[in-house]
Write a protein that binds this ligand. Structure first.
Ligand SMILES: Cc1cc2nc3c(=O)[nH]c(=O)nc-3n(C[C@H](O)[C@H](O)[C@H](O)COP(=O)(O)OP(=O)(O)OC[C@H]3O[C@@H](n4cnc5c(N)ncnc54)[C@H](O)[C@@H]3O)c2cc1C
Ligand code: SF4
Length: 550
């Protein structure tokens, strides 16, 4: 049996393109703080900064603060995807004057149930403590982001949507801002009639809130030599929102089928009010079988009686996919920033995988970053030393404490579901002290994959869908004539092409004979191939999905 080692076929990060040691363009837009990414982390940061400045001004203090947020989606929330069950803690911190009824949540978590699935059966098992969600709410991240964006705009924050940050502008070791992508390039990479030059935005502090597998965060860490005890690892989540004929009474999580025992992951099904349901499957990208296809597994999963009886008679409203940083505490970067720069939310790896929670950590880290940046700005020194107050604040907060408690849980599953399950149980009982130390992980791209023949799957178009229909349901609005933003490595054999085709949930890759064919406009920015295959780079603003409900 042959194997594939993904890292052999991957190009390295194009650092010379991502770190620009050039002075900003003469017409650069100047900001005090520039935030890259309008997700929960970036928007919480912007809101807290604007509030701090307003309070200062009201007390007769300093001048106005110019805050900008860059977002690659055409409109707020269109690139946002989560589960989501939300711990409301960070909303309460950010808006102490509001109550849960004021927040953009769909409903309180009703009963919950965890099942172990086999192909035809669902065995209910006790809910592990890490998966208990009493007191939390189900929600759509797109809706939360639109709501947070309105609050930020109301406070005078400048939101620049449809502007992907392409590169960091640096001077010495200091980050001075970002350059955006150009738009209007033809398939051959040459300017067309609608060509628009990149824009430079400079700032005294730049906050990277790009979310999962951010390319600027990766570049910054590599350039600055910032390491972590374990490398960051990722999972891919594929998700659908359904309109259903009957309400879902429980928050549901499952383990087991349709995943092979040597892959880490599980599914979720959440009620979003009376007649909508979110369903998704999340799988660690260190899986061993090169033929594994997470989109197809989700389709098969919906045929299981547990899901079929909920979805049958309903209709698919939206489909999407995104990666999740899964490395936890041991993959946190050695520092969260440097001269003129801070990293927050998923960019910094602040996700607790056993509970599948990242939103309140992202928001709390945004809030702490705002406080550190504001003090540094007021003191007139935005170098690494004053900004490192953010590192201390994160490590003293519930964010680092929660991640520390579950520090080895995801890592235990590298030995497979059953042994991992036993170890995770012991870790829960001992509050994270078992097994002591740190379980070593390697990069996802360094995990070898067995080449196995793939079973053909034929979607029925009612309950199950192929990748092209799925991409249509993401609202993908990318121009067909866009140049490729995917950097494919050398020596991509037919077998490797098959691996990419199975991995990508959006049908971007195809094996044609022994060659790889790439269809870049299908890409929905999930970043999965950036982890173990062709590198993703940002493209013209407004490309990609147009999620409304994710
Ligand atoms: C399938 C799935 C299920 C999940 N379930 C839950 C759950 O139930 N509960 C929970 O709490 N968490 C959950 N999470 C995790 C949670 O969604 C994330 O931790 C959270 O969204 C992180 O927030 P963020 O602001 O750091 O990043 P994001 O929400 O990813 O936001 C980043 C933003 O930056 C933008 N951006 C990226 N690059 C650029 C660029 N170069 N220029 C401009 N803009 C850019 C993106 O378009 C995006 O809008 C889930 C995640 C997934 C994928
Ligand atoms: S090509 Fe795009 S959609 Fe496909 S895996 Fe890579 S980032 Fe995701």
């Amino acid at each position: 049996m042959s194997t594939i080692l993904p890292i052999r076929h991957q190009v390295s990060l194009p650092l010379d393109r991502l770190i620009l040691r050039k002075p900003p363009l003469a017409e650069a837009i100047e900001m005090d703080v520039l935030i890259v990414g309008a997700g929960p982390a970036g928007l919480a940061c912007a809101i807290e900064l604007a509030r701090l400045a307003q309070r200062d001004q009201a007390a007769g203090g300093s001048a106005e603060l110019n805050i900008g947020v860059l977002e690659k989606a055409e409109s707020l929330g269109e690139h946002s995807l989560s589960g989501a069950v939300v711990n409301p803690r960070a909303f309460r911190e950010l808006f102490p004057e509001l109550g849960p009824g004021d927040f953009p949540f769909r409903q309180p978590v009703p009963d919950e149930a965890v099942y172990f699935l086999t192909e035809g059966r669902a065995q209910r098992i006790p809910t592990p403590p890490t998966m208990r969600n009493a007191g939390y709410y189900t929600a759509s991240l797109c809706e939360m982001v639109r709501w947070l964006g309105e609050k930020a705009e109301g406070l005078g924050v400048n939101l620049f949507t449809g502007f992907p940050a392409d590169a960091l502008l640096v001077e010495g070791t200091a980050v001075r801002g970002v350059r955006t992508t150009p738009s209007g390039l033809g398939r051959d990479g040459r300017p067309t009639e609608s060509f628009a030059e990149p824009t430079d935005l400079t700032a005294r502090v730049t906050v990277l809130a790009e979310g999962t597998r951010g390319h600027l965060g990766q570049a910054y860490r590599e350039w600055q030599g910032i390491t972590s005890p374990n490398p960051q690892i990722f999972a891919l989540g594929v998700k659908e929102v359904w309109e259903t004929a009957r309400p879902l009474e429980h928050v549901v999580h499952t383990l087991g089928w349709p995943l092979p025992a040597d892959a880490f992951g599980g599914s979720f099904m959440y009620p979003l009010g009376r007649n909508q349901v979110a369903i998704g499957l999340v799988v660690g990208l260190d899986y061993h079988d090169a033929g594994l296809d997470i989109h197809e597994l989700l389709q098969q999963m919906k045929l299981h009686p547990l899901f079929r009886r909920q979805l049958e008679g309903g209709q698919l409203l939206e489909w999407g996919a995104k990666t999740i940083p899964e490395g936890g505490f041991h993959a946190l970067p050695g520092r969260f920033g440097g001269d003129g720069l801070l990293m927050v939310g998923d960019t910094a790896g602040l996700v607790d995988v056993p509970s599948l929670k990242g939103i309140h950590y992202a928001m709390h880290s945004g809030l702490l970053a705002a406080r550190a940046a504001y003090s540094a700005l007021r003191a007139g020194d935005v170098s690494a030393r004053p900004l490192s107050a953010f590192d201390r604040a994160v490590h003293d907060s519930y964010v680092a404490r929660d991640l520390h408690r579950t520090r080895n849980m995801r890592l235990a599953f590298k030995d497979g579901l059953y042994l991992g399950g036993v170890k995770a149980g012991l870790m829960t009982i001992t509050g994270g002290r078992f097994p002591g130390g740190r379980i070593d992980m390697s990069d996802d791209a360094a995990a070898p994959r067995r080449v196995t023949p793939a079973e053909p799957f034929t979607p029925d178009g009612a309950l199950t869908f192929g990748k092209l229909d799925a991409v249509f349901k993401s609202g993908n609005a990318t121009r067909d004539t866009i140049p490729s933003h995917l950097l494919v490595g050398r020596d991509v054999s037919g077998e490797v092409a098959d691996f990419y085709a199975r991995l990508c949930p959006a049908g971007v890759y195809e094996r044609v004979g022994e060659e790889l064919r790439v269809n870049p406009p299908n890409c929905i920015d999930c970043k999965a191939t950036d982890v173990v295959g062709p590198r993703w780079t940002p493209r013209e603003g407004g490309s990609g999905p147009k999620y409304r409900l994710m």
